[in-house]
Design a protein around this ligand. Structure first.
Ligand code: ZN
Length: 213
């Protein structure tokens, strides 16, 4: 295809209405896929933050965390649930974690009031011992079964999802390219047929196109 073809040629002359509809629908679907990939990246970011925080808690003296402590963060409940996660990212809590200046899982506003209350109430049994900034919000069970392997399992999930979404987007783009190329070939052939007469050159042994007079 000549360079700049699609920029310099009126698309209405090249593409049928049906082809144009197909291309715009496909492009919109690719856009939605790209947005979903961004969401999955953010899920992974949240997982990484939680994993780092668990490690930091284990390394910090003064709490009961060790390598057998679960460390699952209750804010990970939205991971793997795309609709809820999208709302979470846009919520004040999500903004505090992902976009605020001093962002992260311990940023100002990173816990909702309900979560704070829940954590303080369930704070290890001792009265008044509800809030430890280093471990707040993390599951403190040792060899916890319900959350077993949470980081690796969820990471595998988001990676798989991102790959799958990228594959779908590429498939759509390839289909769009095929439609465009076929339409362009058709366009050139039509123009060619209109403007030239083709005859068989016996001596040269090939078809020759000459401009119509
Ligand atoms: Zn747990």
């Amino acid at each position: 295809m000549p360079a700049e073809f699609w920029n310099k040629t009126d698309q209405n002359l090249v593409l049928t209405q049906e082809e144009q509809d197909f291309l715009s629908t496909s492009a919109a679907e690719r856009y939605a896929l790209a947005e979903e990939i961004v969401l999955n990246k953010k899920m992974q970011q949240l997982l990484d933050l939680a994993n780092d925080r668990r490690k930091a808690a284990i390394a910090t003296p003064g709490n009961a965390f060790d390598k057998d402590t679960c460390g699952y963060d209750l804010r990970l409940d939205v991971v793997g649930v795309p609709v809820e996660f999208a709302q979470f990212v846009k919520s004040p809590q999500g903004e505090a974690i992902f976009t605020a200046n001093n962002h992260g899982l311990t940023a100002e506003g990173a816990f909702t009031d309900e979560q704070k209350e829940l954590i303080t109430r369930g704070g290890g049994g001792d009265e008044g011992a509800g809030w430890d900034a280093v471990t707040a919000g993390m599951c403190d069970k040792r060899r916890c079964r319900p959350h077993n392997g949470w980081y690796n399992i969820f990471t595998k999930g988001t990676r798989h999802m991102m790959k799958e979404l990228a594959r779908q987007a590429k498939e759509k783009l390839d289909a769009e390219t095929r439609v465009r190329e076929a339409a362009a070939v058709k366009y050139f052939r039509k123009r060619h047929e209109k403007n030239t007469v083709r005859y068989w050159d016996k001596e040269a042994g090939e078809w020759v196109d000459t401009p119509k007079v």
